[in-house]
Ligand binder design. Structure first.
Ligand code: 6PG
Length: 232
């Protein structure tokens, strides 16, 4: 089936010559946006990406001088595994960063994916009702162009803020994801894309193929931070 071609407006591509320069640059952007939001609104709400790429950036954040009491943490998606399972995105963020900083526990909103995709998504949708517009969303990119747990060829119910996924091509099959529409209700979006395996997805994205990542198109556009992929 021919996929519709889209040219997402204001997508800003940033290429780095080293993974360390990408990590430090992204850490600085997050810190800057957090300080701006806290100064302006007295709070900073951020949606974290799962997977492996963000871990080293989360580790850098733990040492940043910051008023952590004003941070509100959400997750873009979660695997339906026990809360202490090594593959949980929430556990990765906790072990890399959150256990080292004084964000109030009631301001860290893990997705209760241990409840299963339907009950967990319903519970998280309730949580998101009180979240308002996010200040920042951090997303990864899969080799097939997926982001969060929005996968090619998988339609999600965008009338809901959090939705169940039953047949994820990336294990585990059962997940919960914030919907495309809810992810777009944010001021800033940062994509983290590293590794040659992401080249095809980046090429298709830049050619205007409608991969799931292009569904994320908030008013302010998105910043795509890249390493080990060529921006042809
Ligand atoms: C997940 C993530 C997923 C991830 C991409 C990239 O739960 O797996 O939400 O969307 O961000 O698959 O993963 P890597 O950063 O490990 O390449």
């Amino acid at each position: 089936m021919m996929q519709a071609k889209t040219t997402a407006p204001n997508t800003r591509w940033k290429h780095y010559d080293s993974i360390e320069s990408l990590r430090h640059a992204v850490c600085e952007v997050i810190v800057q946006r957090a300080n701006e939001a806290i100064t302006q609104n007295g709070r900073f709400s951020i949606v974290l990406a799962g997977g492996n790429t963000p871990r080293a950036i989360y580790r850098l954040l733990r040492d940043m001088p910051m008023d952590w009491s004003k941070w509100h943490i959400y997750h873009g998606d979660e695997r339906c595994l026990p809360a202490d399972h090594v593959d949980r995105n929430s556990l990765m963020a906790e072990q890399a960063w959150l256990q080292y900083v004084a964000i109030p526990a009631n301001q860290i909103h893990d997705i209760p994916a241990e409840l299963g995709p339907v009950a967990g998504a319903k519970a998280y949708a309730e949580t998101l009702k009180n979240a308002g517009t996010f200040d920042m969303v951090i997303l990864g990119l899969g080799e097939d162009g997926h982001t969060a747990s929005l996968f090619p060829g998988h339609v999600v119910d965008n009338s809901a803020d959090a939705v169940p996924v039953f047949d994820s091509p990336k294990p585990p099959a059962e997940r919960i994801t914030i919907s495309q529409n809810r992810l777009n209700n944010t001021r800033d979006v940062i994509f983290l894309v590293t590794g040659e395996g992401k080249q095809e997805a980046i090429d298709r994205w830049r050619e205007g193929v409608a991969i799931p990542a292009t569904l994320i198109a908030p008013a302010n556009g998105v910043d795509v931070h890249c390493y080990e992929v060529v921006l042809n």
